[in-house]
Design a protein around this ligand. Structure first.
Ligand code: TRP
Length: 354
């Protein structure tokens, strides 16, 4: 069986370092592993419109930003197809058929949908399109016959729902769709990076993000103002590393080689943590180290971004070509779906041919 990746992001804002460790880094590693026959990376503009119907301009602007974020992280257009969801209308048709295989109460129980409804204050006014987005996401995944979906932990309920749709479809209409697997980051700290303020999630609306496109000085200022352990008041006080965002970021980003380079008095993160826990290690020192680490990680991302910003016409061509290839693939799956559902009325040259 072909190994195929499909994943994507809503273009509602620039991507941040939470996206980077939670999914982008993994995508680049998978892309470069040589183990995948086809890779599709989708800018989910149609999904973004499900809760931004009144702000199409915002979605439009962010398509370019997200594409630049992808390229600057190392997504290579020679190996991965970057495309825009709404340019593949086959996805909408698939969603419409899948909606018949899912109950309203099942979507209501989807934990990600539930959390987002709360977070967006939609309690009594959920747009129907938004409510249906788990189904449209199943269409995204199955249209490309994806076997692997590298995504953040918050996408797990979506994958569960997608698998259910695959099973139901195959059971009702015969074996047609491919079952996907989610690929989560192996480093636990990367599963969900907290915000700068220690809140559970980095999120644009909470204003607690470090963006991939932030310049060096902005990143430094954000790190120096990060929340740490509120009980660690004096340098000599014993500190806590669990739940301390500075240490969680170090867990996510620090590599052994950064110690000799930036903090040679320590051998490892364990040693640094032990000193902090015992007392006698100040937050500023740890933050300065985190800043060096993050700047080192982000420098190549920044460089690639600057280079791509000078090549915007090429970026347009990349997206156009990505959309063309993606559409071809989705068309072929849709043909299989129509055939399985016996709604391929004009095939075989005869009206309603056998
Ligand atoms: N829901 C994803 C996000 O919030 C975007 C997305 C749309 C997606 N379709 C997908 C992710 C299919 C993985 C697979 O960014």
């Amino acid at each position: 069986m072909k190994q195929i990746i499909l994943t994507g992001d809503r273009p509602t804002g620039r991507l941040h370092v939470g996206h980077y460790v939670g999914s982008l880094m993994e995508r680049v590693a998978l892309q470069n592993s040589g183990k995948y026959d086809e890779i599709y990376i989708m800018i989910a503009d149609a999904q973004a419109l499900t809760d931004n119907a009144e702000h199409p301009e915002k979605v439009r602007q962010n398509i370019k930003q997200v594409a630049l974020d992808y390229l600057s992280c190392g997504i290579d257009p020679e190996k991965s197809n970057i495309f825009i969801q709404s340019r593949v209308p086959e996805l909408t048709e698939l969603s419409f058929y899948y909606m018949n295989l899912v109950t309203v109460s099942r979507v209501q129980r989807n934990p990600t949908v539930k959390a987002e409804i709360q977070q967006k204050g939609f309690e009594t006014s959920v747009p129907l399109g938004f409510f249906c987005y788990p189904v449209s996401q199943a269409a995204d995944i199955t249209a490309f016959r994806a076997t692997a979906v590298p995504a953040g932990e918050d996408q797990m309920p979506m994958l569960e729902q997608c698998k259910e749709i695959v099973h139901k479809f195959n059971e009702v209409y015969g074996e047609t769709l491919t079952e996907p697997q989610i690929v989560l980051p192996s480093n636990k700290a990367c599963l969900r990076l907290p915000g700068l303020d220690g809140k559970a999630k980095m999120s644009k609306s909470l204003g607690n993000c470090i963006y991939l496109s932030d310049d060096e000085e902005t990143v430094r200022k954000k790190i120096m103002s990060m929340f740490t352990d509120p009980t660690h008041l004096k340098v000599s006080d014993p500190g806590h590393v669990e739940g301390n965002p500075v240490f969680i970021y170090l867990d996510a980003f620090c590599k052994p080689e950064y110690f000799p380079e930036f903090l040679p008095e320590y051998q490892s993160l364990d040693e640094l943590k032990a000193h902090y826990t015992k007392g006698g290690l100040g937050d500023i020192k740890v933050k300065k180290f985190l800043n060096s680490v993050l700047q080192a990680e982000l420098a190549p991302v920044r460089e690639r971004r600057q280079a791509w910003e000078k090549r915007l016409p090429e970026l347009t061509d990349i997206l156009k070509e990505g959309c063309r290839v993606a559409r071809e693939k989705a068309e072929s799956t849709l043909a299989d779906v129509r055939k399985a559902m016996r709604i391929d009325y004009f095939e075989n040259g005869a009206l309603l041919g056998e």
